[in-house]
Design a protein around this ligand. Structure first.
Ligand code: GLN
Length: 447
């Protein structure tokens, strides 16, 4: 009830929600109360959680913020949603995002824009902008986002909250609207590090419904929270210190590095030389996978169908022309082009090869270090409308987040202060695959 009261009082200004689940949520909360909150209660008993609108919820409209799925009612829950429910969590509603998770500001939603709670004239980031804003506005303590190329970590940084992109394969993608299937992961967005670890414990796990789901997984992610980091080896890549990152952010990251050093960690400068190709690799591969994944929206099987089509070809063409927004069309064209016979070797194949070089960069560092540290974003949250007409500038700003998706490794963003305008700054840390517990350990020391 408190969550719905807070949403009623504030969401008119924030715009985080596309749909509320009030009736069922209050029923679930009632059941949680009946189970009680003793030591035997399920992990997230009674905790209100918001879910990004590209994650399927049974009998609750799921749109991926696209006109294409405007009235789509899923017949089943995504595995992450079933797991949340099994852990006693209460699904409060579905939150706004860039259409099909393509974007960095949530301005690409077909339905509404979302405002940054720290300054309503600024973007909340994206694509999980609604998931970040609802937590930052203290409407709910936790949400789920998805991260294909930074969409959990960048909005977490822009909103001063904690966001984690798990190791690829740790969290099931079953029932998650596919964008770039070799990058997509669902992850937790929360106010605190410990909450984040507990939410991850609830949603992780092998799932036979996802062929890329990992069978062998750690059983706990929270076990090292609060433990000393003395002797921990931290790599600080020189590429992350460059001046495409704003001075306020560079200073905040350096202060955090000094703090870890004061706690006994060993910090050394290293190089990740292929970082500079990250956005090129990401936008070619993610768009290629998207162009394939989005073929299913043909006006026949489900989703939007054009009213004035007179033959099969027109059903396809008109439904897709009317149902998809312009950024989604950009990605489909880019992806179809890079997969086409004449360009495959030059673009898709070359990007896949450079992907391997980026993976090797990380492997080399993790042979000697526990953590890689740097900023999450190049700037703090900017004005609504500020970058919308310059897609390339927006793409390039993803340079710090995309490499974790390219390599499949976990990365976390935690709040480390504010810039001169009072906007939050995010510190990003990477660990080797399945070392989420180490990320939470060091993040908890900062907290
Ligand atoms: N900004 C990136 C993009 O537009 C990231 C998206 C994401 O992680 N879903 O593709």
């Amino acid at each position: 009830k408190a969550a719905f009261e807070k949403i009623a009082a504030t969401d008119e200004h924030i715009g985080a929600y596309l749909r509320l689940n009030e009736e069922k949520a209050l029923e679930a909360a009632q059941q949680a109360d009946e189970r009680g909150y003793g030591p035997d209660a399920p992990l997230l008993n009674g905790i209100p959680v918001a879910v990004k609108d590209n994650i399927l919820t049974e009998n609750l409209v799921t749109t991926a913020a696209s006109k294409m799925l405007e009235n789509f009612i899923p017949t089943y829950d995504a595995t992450v949603v079933s797991k949340l429910k099994a852990a006693g969590a209460v699904i409060v509603g579905k939150v706004n995002m860039d259409e099909f998770a393509m974007g960095s500001t949530t301005e690409r939603s077909a339905f509404k824009i979302t405002h940054n709670p720290w300054n309503l004239d600024r973007v909340p980031g994206g694509s999980s902008g609604g998931s970040a804003a609802t937590v930052a506005a203290r409407q709910v303590p936790a949400s789920l986002g998805t991260d294909t190329g930074g969409s959990i970590r960048q909005p977490a940084a822009f909103n001063g909250i904690v966001g984690l992109k798990p190791t690829y394969g740790l969290v099931s993608r079953y029932g998650v609207v596919a964008f770039g299937s070799s990058f997509d992961q669902v992850g937790p967005m929360t106010l605190t590090v410990e909450d984040n670890a507990l939410l991850l414990e609830a949603i992780a796990g092998h799932d036979a419904h996802d062929s890329t789901s990992l069978a062998d997984q750690p059983s706990s992610f929270s076990e090292k929270i609060g433990q000393s980091i003395a002797g921990m080896k931290i790599a600080f890549p020189k590429e992350f210190k460059s001046d495409f990152v704003s001075k306020d952010i560079r200073d905040a990251v350096q202060t955090a590095a000094d703090f870890f050093e004061s706690k006994g960690a060993i910090i050394e400068e290293v190089s990740l030389p292929h970082t500079q190709y990250g956005t090129n690799v990401y936008y070619i591969i993610a768009s290629s996978e998207a162009s394939s994944n989005l073929q299913r929206f043909d006006g026949i099987r489900y989703g939007y169908r054009s009213k004035d089509a007179t033959n099969l070809e027109e059903i396809y063409v008109n439904s897709r022309s009317e149902g998809f927004g312009s950024e989604v069309k950009n990605r489909i064209m880019l992806g179809t082009y890079s997969l086409s016979a004449g360009s495959f070797d030059l673009y898709y194949k070359k990007a896949a090869q450079v992907r391997t070089l980026i993976i090797q960069d990380f492997k080399k560092i993790f042979a000697d270090y526990d953590i890689i540290l740097g900023p999450t974003t190049t700037s703090t949250a900017y004005e609504i409308g500020g970058k919308i007409d310059n897609p390339i500038e927006m793409y390039v700003a993803d340079i710090l987040t995309v490499t974790a998706n390219i390599a499949g490794i976990p990365a976390i963003s935690i709040p480390v202060g504010f810039d001169g305008d009072g906007m939050p700054i995010g510190l990003q840390m990477h660990a080797n695959s399945l070392n989420e517990a180490t990320l939470y350990q060091i993040a908890s020391i900062y907290e």
